[in-house]
Design a protein around this ligand. Sequence first.
Ligand code: AMP
Length: 140
Amino acid sequence: MMDAYDPDNIFGKILRGEIPCHRVYEDDDVLAFMDVMPQSSGHTLVVPRTGSRNLLDAHPAVLATTIERVQDIAKAVKKAMNADGIRIAQFNEAVAGQTVFHLHFHIIPMYEGVTLKPHSGDMADNDVLADQAKQIAAAL
Ligand code: AMP
């Protein structure tokens, strides 16, 4: 049995405006913002406003809308960051690498010859993240 969704998670707090983020995009369905511990330059997260623990307990309609937004934002990330490719990642439960228990999709730009940094590694510079968020928003 999976644990229930707990709204007191860090992305729940970001969605409610209780803690800040470097916002890339938002609408009635999703919020997209920069990952503070990026695996590559431009690493962006897309989070549905409707809470679920992960993909496994999400409503199919939420998944459908969210993946459409992931596509749009991935294209903008690729363009703004001049990336060579994009990796989409999504983890379900701690054993699979999930650390924040509110459904989210990782948009990770890939660059020729550049190895990804570890998942949940070093914090990025705030000014750099703010600048990247602006550039990606402008490419949407
Ligand atoms: P996951 O392991 O898929 O649950 O990913 C959680 C991601 O959230 C990691 O890549 C973290 O670097 C990122 N993260 C954790 N806290 C924050 C935060 N306050 N703002 C933005 N990203 C965060």
